[in-house]
Ligand binder design. Structure first.
Ligand SMILES: Nc1nc2c(ncn2[C@@H]2O[C@H](COP(=O)(O)OP(=O)(O)OP(=O)(O)O)[C@@H](O)[C@H]2O)c(=O)[nH]1
Ligand SMILES: [Mg+2]
Length: 356
């Protein structure tokens, strides 16, 4: 079996190259748009990277252009080929993920390394522009770590007063509220109250009410803006009041304005934007910008257990321009939430540590 990777300006060009070199029987294993490797690639447009494979015997036959096409493969041969291809792909994936910071010997390698970690192109460009022109080999790792750590802030928030969690649908707001309430009430012995304004989704109220009942803490549902002040007032003897909100699309400015009005009424002391580590780069920008209308103080990054590359943490911090207050790493209430250390976050972003 021969597996080859081709870079071309168009798919047509790639297919022509593959046809010329491997013959008509070649199969396409993957295709994607990439920047050319190295610093030069940063400033040029993307090219097609196409990986094609062919059985070596077929390739020879095809190049001689004389052997008849043999379509009568037995299933055993096909199975063997698929197995071979799978094992080659696995080896390739393993080798890729094994690249570590220690392998970086020059500036160009940082670009590829950060791309593998899913750091956004614009941020990579910013990092590369801050790197000194020349460095001794062993210096690259330190320079990179310093720049990235400058871009990320972790802050242990004071958990007191009225705290609201906002963010898109399904990112884990309610679960995180339950985790935080559990830790504050059960471990730190604080008086905690829960309020939800999420009356929009069927079952949303029940979800938080169940947690409140299990933990034995007060719980209020706010149906209209007029009820918010009263609900907060009724919990004035609590050390912390956590407010759960409806998941809103950051693109819907009406919904965001309505959410902001609720939070204003609650006179929230601190607002945390909840965003999942699995969010696509483009969506991170849309969400962090859309929610800026509600001046959030912190970001909570959830579902770190659902991804194996953590460049999104850097992307979120860079776009949100707010410190990380908590990360969540699973569905268990109240265990899977914590304020990470700076070095923990840095090691995750730079692929030196993994949660999955
Ligand atoms: N793997 C994983 N799942 C999580 C995490 N946090 C929450 N979830 C799950 O994500 C799903 C959605 O969580 P919710 O807390 O209901 O999300 P939400 O933001 O309140 O959703 P809406 O109220 O619909 O906007 C649930 O199945 C949670 O168990 C996490 O850190 N890791
Ligand atoms: Mg919810």
């Amino acid at each position: 079996m021969i597996i080859k990777r081709y870079l071309a300006r168009s798919m047509k060009e790639a297919l022509n190259k593959i046809g010329e070199e491997l013959g008509k029987e070649a199969v396409i294993i993957s295709q994607r748009k990439v920047k050319r490797p190295g610093i030069k690639g940063l400033f040029s447009s993307k090219v097609f990277e196409v990986t094609a494979a062919i059985d070596s015997k077929e390739s020879q036959q095809s190049q001689k252009k004389e052997a008849p096409i043999n379509t009568d493969f037995s299933s055993a041969i096909l199975l063997k080929e698929v197995e071979e291809m799978k094992s080659m792909m696995n080896t390739f994936m393993e080798n890729t993920s094994k690249m570590s910071l220690g392998d970086i010997n020059e500036k160009g390698e940082i670009l590829n390394y950060l791309k593998e970690l899913d750091v956004e192109d614009e941020i990579i460009e910013g990092i590369l522009s801050r790197l000194p022109k020349d460095s001794a080999e062993e210096q690259w790792k330190n320079e990179l770590m310093e720049i990235v750590s400058d871009m990320v802030t972790v802050q242990t928030p004071k958990m007191e007063g009225v705290i609201a969690l906002i963010g898109p649908t399904g990112v884990g707001k309610t679960t995180t509220i339950a985790k935080l309430a559990g830790r504050l009430a059960l471990l730190e012995k604080k008086k905690v109250g829960l309020i939800t304004v999420d009356t929009y989704r069927i079952g949303a109220v029940e979800q938080l009410k169940t947690y409140a009942e299990i933990m034995g803490i007060p719980f209020k549902v706010v149906f209209s803006m007029g009820e918010m002040e009263g609900a907060v007032e009724s919990m004035k003897d609590c050390d912390v009041v956590l407010i759960d909100t409806t998941g809103r699309s950051s693109k819907n400015t009406m919904q965001i304005s309505e959410l902001r009005a609720f939070i204003d009424k609650a006179k929230a002391t601190k607002i945390h934007l909840v965003i999942s580590a699995t969010t696509k780069n483009r969506d991170i920008r849309i969400i962090t910008e859309g929610y800026k209308a509600i001046n959030y103080d912190y970001v909570i990054i959830t579902k770190l257990d659902e991804t194996c590359t953590y460049g999104s943490i850097l992307n979120i911090c860079h776009k949100a321009q707010a410190p990380i207050s908590f990360i969540t790493t699973g569905q268990n209430v109240p265990e899977d939430v914590k304020t990470p250390t700076d070095s923990e976050v840095l090691n995750l972003i730079l692929g030196e540590k993994s949660i999955c």
